[in-house]
Ligand binder design. Sequence first.
Ligand code: ADP
Ligand code: MG
Length: 307
Amino acid sequence: MSARGGSWHRGVAGRRASAERVAWEERSASDADPGPEKVPLLELHDVSVDYGSGRKTFRAVEGIGLSLGIGRTLALVGESGSGKTTIGKAILGVERVAGGEIRFDGEDITHASPSRRRELTAEIQVVYQDPFSSLNPARTIGQTVGEMLRPHGRPAANVVRSRVAEALERVGLPASTADRYPGGLSGGQRQRVAIARALIVEPRLIVCDEPVSALDTSVQAQVLNLLRELQRDLGVSYVFISHDLAVVRHVAHDILVLRRGRVVEYGDATRIATRPAEDYTRALLAAAPIADPVRQRERRAARALLA
Ligand SMILES: Nc1ncnc2c1ncn2[C@@H]1O[C@H](COP(=O)(O)OP(=O)(O)O)[C@@H](O)[C@H]1O
Ligand SMILES: [Mg+2]
């Protein structure tokens, strides 16, 4: 059995009230407010992260505030170097927070102990951009996905096998993928494996750092749809990192726009993608690919702002 008791469905979906699992299609601006009595799943207050030490310290992000509800997606967007990955690492506890506070499900995890952090890996997981470098080529998919369960209750081998099969099927791969090696899989299949590896511990939050940026456009759409389905079925929340506003406008409920480590604007995804308040966001939108040639011309002009 799972370390937290129960099958996949009971373990994940059953933990949450179904009312909280907001279907993406049904979302509206009014859903954005979780109500005064509900604690958000994730909150950042005035978070800053420094790199380097002594007099060579460089403040990569500063004054970051955000809030993410259960079953919802917050996108972090901005140019390369704007601090997106750094915020993801702060949430994952990989990068030390220099100031401010991170709360998960009401708990202050800003300076969680190493043992608490290990426990939190069952709640907060990550999917990286590059499924080629993030999977060990010498290990079978079954080993890579199954080893995620080891820190959480040391389940027996047959239990691990069935949980791996369940996770692979969840992401649209046959259970037999467990016996294969990463080298024999396509980019899209590998990214599905990376998602299965994150999902197998039944996390409540997944930090997706540029999860489709390395994939062909057609495969991107499949993986984005998969993430949507998983959210609808399991109620998982995403911090979705992308440099591409065209991608995030289709997956995010809220968008936080970053520039040089600071928040430019933050709010409802549809509002930001259609009526941005800031020139910087307009320039990012202009940099995103768009089908309509007339609007393309308008945007080419606006794009100059990024230079
Ligand atoms: N390990 C590190 N040491 C020093 N500087 C870093 C490190 N990681 C990132 N940075 C710097 O911090 C800033 C934000 O980087 P990052 O969070 O990776 O941006 P993004 O993910 O938006 O591209 C950049 O200026 C980057 O060069
Ligand atoms: Mg990054």
